[in-house]
Design a binder for this molecule. Structure first.
Ligand code: HEM
Length: 374
């Protein structure tokens, strides 16, 4: 990896699907930390901060089952469907404010999922920008050459402090939100400890906004650079559900699923990986595997092969998938209804991707909203 951490990559569809559900590839936070320490190849490399790592995505059963169950009710398809009117309202409000030429990430793709996840969690508006800034720092730091470890510790401390303060507020004044539910599970039933509580807030906040923003951004870019597919969507708006699955496959938000560690020697596709090694499943590569998808490099909104692996597979299958789908379907449908003539305001080759190995994320997406705009 660009930050000097050595990992095995699994890239074929069948191998990837099997690996994602293989219990010998462990997620346990302590085992991962040890694996990371062994995999470090340069003095610059950093391992993930222990204070924020004790969550379901870094656990095996039974801890995984316990931590996931605490919040899973809020993310079922039925619970998420109830959010539809509010997601529509947020999307409409953002579209009303757009005019002329805008950065689509900043004006639309980012604030929509960010507002939704913050309202669900109970993160007040005054904390949102600060938390985002701290998290951006935290994500970018390990990939910056010569980064100062004390600065990284400061970013971690900033995030921990913010969430601790919020937790205290929920204790004093409970709300109808996920953070309040977690605080009550901590205080009344002792179902998770303090580090798990903060880590879970961090995971839900991060996963809830840093991913869907890229699904929307990458989908808009794909439509603006494939006029035939955009015409298909404009002509048949009912293809939106299938189209979102194709956007997830074609250019999904994650390059790979966050790493696992071999709990024992494991042989995958004839390759033996020793115990204690880090393994990343490259879902982006698997989703372009010609053995699984016909003409995998072609964007085809009506394709019926798959399913894609963009949300993972097995017990860690994305908890937020129903929410991400709802947000992306509403966002893309309403955006192209409102601005059917939208076009790129720069050359596609000049667009910059954020220098993060995990995320497939545009930095900015400048667009012209209409032919007469600007
Ligand atoms: C398009 C957007 C999204 C994509 C592509 C995505 C992708 C993924 C993937 C691939 C995993 C599995 C990771 C692994 O096996 O290592 C995952 C897990 C997870 N995702 Fe998402 N995600 C998205 C949106 C969301 C949203 C909106 C939330 C809301 C909170 C969310 C919360 C989670 C959580 C909590 C997990 C951990 C589940 C577990 O360990 O049991 N995700 N996601």
């Amino acid at each position: 990896m660009p930050n000097g951490i050595r990992m095995w990559l699994i890239t074929r569809y069948d191998d990837a699907r099997e690996a994602l559900a293989d219990p010998r590839l462990r997620k346990d936070a302590a085992a991962l930390r040890e694996g990371l320490q062994r995999a470090v190849t340069t003095p610059d490399a950093r391992v993930q901060p222990a204070e924020l790592a004790s969550h379901m995505l870094n656990s095996d059963p039974p801890d995984h089952t316990r931590l996931r169950r605490l919040v899973s009710k809020a993310f079922t398809p039925r619970a998420v469907e109830r959010l539809r009117p509010r997601v529509e309202e947020i999307a409409a409000g953002l579209l009303d404010r757009m005019d002329g030429e805008v950065d689509l990430i900043d004006a639309f793709a980012y604030p929509l999922p960010m507002t939704v996840i913050c309202e669900l969690l109970g993160v007040p508006e005054r904390d949102r920008d600060d938390l985002r800034a701290h998290l951006r720092e935290l994500l970018a730091r390990p990939f910056r050459a010569g980064d100062d470890p004390t600065e990284r510790d400061r970013s971690v401390a900033g995030v921990v402090e913010r969430f601790s303060a919020l937790i205290e507020e929920k204790r004093a004044a409970p709300g109808d939100d996920i953070l309040t539910g977690l605080v009550q599970a901590r205080d009344q039933d002792d179902r998770l400890d303090d580090v798990e509580l903060i880590s879970t807030c961090f995971l839900l906040f991060l996963a809830g906004h840093e991913t869907t923003v890229n699904l929307i951004g990458n989908a808009v870019l794909a439509l603006l650079t494939h006029p035939d597919q955009r015409a298909e969507l404009l002509g048949n708006p009912e293809v939106i559900d299938r189209a979102v699955e194709e956007f997830l496959r074609y250019d999904g938000p994650l390059n790979f699923a966050p790493q696992r560690v071999t709990g024992e020697e494991v042989t995958i596709a004839g390759v033996t990986i020793p115990a204690g090694e880090l393994v990343a499943v490259a879902v982006s590569a698997a989703d372009r595997d010609p053995a699984e998808f016909r003409e995998p490099d072609r964007l085809d909104l009506t394709r019926d092969d798959g399913p894609h692996l963009a949300f993972g597979h097995g017990i860690h299958y994305c908890l937020g998938a129903p929410l991400a789908r709802l947000e992306a379907r509403i966002a893309l449908a309403r955006l192209f209804e409102r601005f059917p003539e939208m076009s790129l305001a720069v050359q596609a080759e000049d667009l910059r991707w954020r220098p993060l190995p995990l995320l497939r994320a545009l930095d900015r997406l400048p667009v012209r909203l209409g032919p007469d705009a600007g």
